[in-house]
Design a protein around this ligand. Structure first.
Ligand SMILES: C[S@@+](CC[C@H](N)C(=O)[O-])C[C@H]1O[C@@H](n2cnc3c(N)ncnc32)[C@H](O)[C@@H]1O
Length: 278
């Protein structure tokens, strides 16, 4: 278990006794050899000694960039005016800036993990990815739409300054399968064994708890708004303030509910296994 220094490992470790209980029951065995270890530090750098680990798995984490992308030209112009992420109408320069930041981070991840892996080591990664044929692929796009609406509507009262939106971008990137392949091949420490993409609805986890027959678009919107708020609120409220963030998520919930009425909203996932080049 690896996470950033600031994250609360206590709440994760508190879940472990219940987890042990469950695997003991499932396996009817009180001596399951499963040991937990927590490691603090950014995965964009070294975490373990050389030649130490047999198998790495990272899930739904490598879309987090170490920082938001920057414009390649040194101007005072915003990179991504009126938006906070990539959309289907973004200029190629925006995608390029995001990809360049992703590639820099991911190369360091690959290099660090390859030094820590044993010679026959394996790595399995699952990313929140991107499918350029989807009209809307990631809830971050809807956050940008809502912030843009708020700038247009309320700029007279000064609730959200246009400049603030123009100069803020989320430090996340959904990579395509081909882009992942490109970075791995260019970096050279790993050889890809399997690479595939699959889709999961934004509301997928809700279906585990609620009967499909009573699920409506309002419930789906509420669920997505709560989960996105858990992920992005700390970043957004520092940038835009608490009141604007409250208003943003109220509007986000309504917008996502409406979108669910007309289209399928799914994450594109990229999953791959790779072996260390010996
Ligand atoms: C969506 S959670 C994924 C949690 C878990 N792996 C899963 O699949 O449910 C993403 C996690 O990545 C962590 N994270 C983001 N950037 C990181 C970095 N540079 N180094 C280590 N952890 C990072 C975040 O703190 C967060 O806990």
């Amino acid at each position: 278990m690896n996470d950033l220094f600031g994250n609360d490992f206590n709440s994760i470790f508190k879940l472990i006794p219940d987890f042990f209980q469950r695997i003991h029951e499932e396996k009817s065995d009180n001596h399951v050899r499963c040991f937990f270890h927590g490691t603090t530090g950014s995965f964009y750098g070294r975490l373990f000694p050389d030649d130490y680990i047999h198998f790495f798995h990272s899930s739904y984490s490598l879309h987090w960039l170490s920082q938001a992308p920057k414009s390649s030209t040194d101007t005072d112009e915003p990179l991504n005016k009126g938006n906070v992420y990539i959309t289907c109408t973004s200029l190629p320069s925006i995608r390029e800036a995001y990809f360049s930041q992703f590639a820099k981070n991911f190369e360091l991840f690959l290099k660090s993990r390859s030094e820590e892996l044993k010679s026959d080591g394996i790595m399995v990664l699952t990313f929140i990815g991107r499918d350029e044929t989807h009209k809307i692929d990631n809830p971050a796009e809807v956050i940008g739409m809502v912030l843009n609406d708020m700038v247009q509507e309320v700029s007279d009262e000064g609730l959200l300054e246009e400049k603030k939106l123009d100069f803020f971008d989320l430090p996340v990137y959904g990579v395509t399968a081909e882009e992942v392949r490109q970075v791995i091949e260019e970096e050279g420490s790993f050889v890809i064994q399997t690479l595939r993409t699959f889709n999961i609805g934004w509301d997928a986890n809700l279906h585990e708890d609620v009967d499909d027959s009573i699920l409506d678009s309002k419930m789906k919107g509420e669920f997505v708004a709560k989960s996105m708020r858990a992920v992005f609120e700390p970043l957004l409220s520092v940038e835009f303030g608490k009141d604007t963030t409250d208003e943003l998520f109220k509007r986000f919930e309504k917008k996502v509910s409406l979108l669910f009425e007309f289209q399928t909203l799914e994450y594109t996932n990229v999953s791959l296994s790779m072996a260390k080049v010996s």
